[in-house]
Design a protein around this ligand. Structure first.
Ligand code: 5GP
Ligand code: ZN
Length: 113
């Protein structure tokens, strides 16, 4: 098991976990790009959202819902935030375990790429 996020799920790599349930876990990014930078992942190893079957797509809705709740907890619900999912090399995905970034707490760049 050489996936860093699977190791976080297994508790083998420490992280600041803010939420977990049977399906997903959320923790603070180790190298934050904004005052709030959280990572929400499925506990099960899925390499990227390009690998999601249609039957699994409700998982993304669940992750977005958790992200919205966490944004409230971080006090950035009113000021605004960004949810981002990188997919594959040119999409900027470095960790090959599907994840949702929650970024906020400052005005984010208007550039998408
Ligand atoms: P990606 O570029 O794959 O979309 O984003 C991966 C994110 O995971 C990066 O923002 C990076 O800082 C974060 N990350 C990588 N390794 C670790 C780790 O061991 N712990 C935590 N908390 N975050 C990590
Ligand atoms: Zn994994």
């Amino acid at each position: 098991m050489d996936c860093i996020f699977c190791q976080i799920v297994a508790g083998k790599v420490p992280s600041e976990i803010l939420y977990q349930d049977e399906e997903v876990i959320a923790f603070r990014d180790i190298n934050p790009q904004a005052p709030t930078h959280l990572i929400i992942i499925p506990k099960r190893h899925i390499p990227s959202f390009a690998h999601l079957s249609e039957a699994e797509s409700p998982l993304i809705g669940h992750m977005v819902n958790i992200a919205n709740q966490l944004a409230k907890g971080e006090g950035i619900s009113g000021s605004g935030y960004r949810l981002a999912m990188n997919c594959g090399e040119e999409g900027g995905q470095l960790v090959p375990h599907l994840h949702l970034h929650l970024l906020g707490g400052r005005r984010l760049s208007d550039k998408l790429g």
